[in-house]
Design a protein. Structure first.
Length: 183
């Protein structure tokens, strides 16, 4: 009788495992999204004061979305002209400004399948204010650390994120101080 009980329990466990695996397979096929994972070379700021100043802006401007990566674009000093337009193509105001750095959020869900080959578009990253920041290495400001960061995210192919890509524009003054560019 002890033997029959052991067989019964083993049979129940085996049946439970099959049911669990079947449910997992159904869940995986019902989900239309997929997972992306790759490694990026990590860079660090050469000037620590500049890093701290940019990081302080990131903490204030993007702190509420600490799990969202950021895109950081460096331009030649006073090299990027920003002219704000609304979606209707009309100028909100006539202000144009020049800036050295543009920082914006990067919601993977917003871009959908476009993100599938992100590793071919983005070559490097750095970490600022607990954010992974995608950067295009600029040897005036960044140096390679020899380390790599693992980038990993999932997105649903059928769903578009209704998030807004926030951005901030900065100028570098006195070599390592920054000022916000108001539009």
């Amino acid at each position: 009788m002890g033997n029959k009980s052991g067989i019964n329990i083993a049979g129940r466990i085996r049946a439970f495992h099959w049911i669990l695996l079947s449910l997992l397979a159904m869940f995986m096929t019902a989900c239309s999204g997929h997972h992306i994972s790759f490694k990026l070379d990590e860079y660090a700021f050469i000037d620590q004061k500049l890093k701290e100043n940019i990081e302080s802006v990131i903490v204030v401007q993007f702190g509420k979305e600490s799990d969202v990566p950021l895109d950081i674009y460096f331009r030649d000093p006073n090299g990027m002209v920003v002219s704000p337009y609304d979606y209707g193509g009309k100028t909100r105001n006539s202000v144009e400004a020049e800036c050295d750095i543009r920082i914006s959020t990067h919601h993977h869900e917003y871009y959908g399948k476009y993100e599938d080959d992100l590793q071919n578009k983005i070559k490097a990253c750095c970490v600022l204010g607990n954010h992974i920041c995608y950067v295009y290495p600029d040897d005036r400001y960044l140096r390679k650390t020899g380390q790599q960061q693992k980038i990993s995210f999932s997105h649903d192919d059928d769903r578009m994120c209704d998030c807004v890509e926030d951005e901030v524009y900065l100028n570098i003054v006195n070599k390592n101080e920054i000022e916000s560019v108001n539009l």
